[in-house]
Ligand binder design. Structure first.
Ligand code: ATP
Ligand code: LTN
Length: 331
């Protein structure tokens, strides 16, 4: 709780062009909290540099990620939208929480294991302590709810453990956050390898549908999606490709899985894939045009991020001061 209100916090890394996994698993669900919660949505650039970034691209994507937040329906008047590095309290509390996070806990994180396998030449300390910084992001705002995709559940559990550990030593300092993992959109899989998560840093362009992809590309990628040798559109074990396409179609159209099975009864995969592509492209079209409008107005985006950082810094300072006092720092 932040004062009288419940608080929601989430973050997206400006580490690549966002995918429909980021959209359906995370951003699309953020707006639901705006009315009743004090809402913080952050572009987590400090997290992004745990893997090598090209500076000019990082800068461009930071603007783009903020613009996408707004284009996906987050009104800056109702949501605090900001860039993580603009609020130094994140790095400060991150360090403090490093000292309350165990080596063994961090070693068990699957994202660390996956990313260190993928970036074997750059297994840096930041990649390892990433979850403690994420805990700092969340705990600074006395966050009640964190909407994330299923892949972040383990990090959320660690953030809860860190909060509880700190509280049991120093009294009630942090709200213990709950994850909010959206229904069928929780894990969108790669179109080329449907047992692996769709990830914005995937190198195979056909595996990933990006929020900003033109309609033709979207249709083509779904047409090439890996399915199976069966011909029936049915949600079932072993049909990972079809299950994923059905999930995506359901998220974009609001139709239930059994309705989708009936809709495509007796029709082939070709028809179904085309329908998924069209539903996806149609749903993204308004987001894309709003995005283009926003990106043409950098001054507006800068005013949003500045105001967001000011508000976030004010809220974060309250928690950070409390933490420093508890620790025995002279303030
Ligand atoms: P990267 O490939 O750089 O690790 P990512 O695509 O996993 O990035 P993040 O910035 O780490 O994206 O995640 C932003 C949000 O999107 C998180 O809440 C995450 O859980 C969610 N998310 C990412 N990929 C998916 C997916 N395939 N399905 C559902 N949610 C997802
Ligand atoms: N770790 C997340 C991004 C992230 C985040 C957060 C999400 C950083 N800080 C705080 C929710 C709350 C990711 O990789 N998707």
């Amino acid at each position: 709780m932040l004062g009288e209100m419940k608080a929601v916090f989430s973050g997206v890394q400006p580490s690549g062009n966002l995918t429909i996994g980021n959209y359906l698993g995370a951003i699309k669900n953020f707006g639901a909290f705006s009315e009743e919660y004090k809402s913080f949505y952050c572009v987590v650039d400090l997290h992004a540099i745990t893997v090598t970034q090209v500076p000019a691209e990082l800068r461009r994507r930071t603007y783009e990620t903020l613009a996408l937040y707004i284009a996906c329906g987050l009104d800056p008047a109702k949501n605090t939208l900001f860039v993580q590095s603009h609020v130094p309290a994140h790095a400060e509390l991150g360090w403090i929480l490093d000292c309350f996070t165990m080596f063994g806990e961090l070693s068990r994180m699957t994202q660390f294991k996956d990313k260190s396998a993928k970036h074997a030449e750059n297994i840096n300390a930041g990649l390892f302590t990433y979850p403690a910084l994420m805990a700092a992001d969340i705990l600074l705002y006395q966050t009640d709810v964190v909407p994330v995709g299923a892949d972040q559940k383990q990090h959320l559990e660690l953030a809860r453990d860190i909060a509880q550990r700190f509280n049991s030593r120093f009294g009630d300092v942090f709200t213990v956050p709950e994850p909010y993992i959206a229904g069928t959109g929780m894990k969108i899989m790669s179109l080329q390898e449907p047992t692996a998560k769709m990830s914005k840093s995937d190198e195979n362009p056909n595996a990933v549908v990006r929020i900003l992809d033109p309609k033709d590309d979207i249709i083509r990628k779904f047409r090439r999606a890996v399915t199976d040798s069966d011909t029936v559109v049915r949600f079932a074990e072993g049909k990972d490709g079809i299950n994923n396409l059905m999930t995506i179609y359901s998220c974009f159209t609001g139709k239930r899985l059994d309705e989708i099975e009936r809709e495509f009864d007796g029709r082939g995969y070709g028809d179904f894939k085309l329908a998924v592509g069209e539903a996806c492209a149609d749903a993204l079209a308004p987001v894309q045009s709003e995005f283009a409008r926003l990106m043409a107005d950098k001054a507006y985006l800068e005013s949003v991020m500045r105001a967001g950082a000011e508000d976030a810094a004010r809220c974060a300072a309250r928690t950070l001061n409390k933490v420093k006092k508890k620790l025995g720092f002279v303030i």
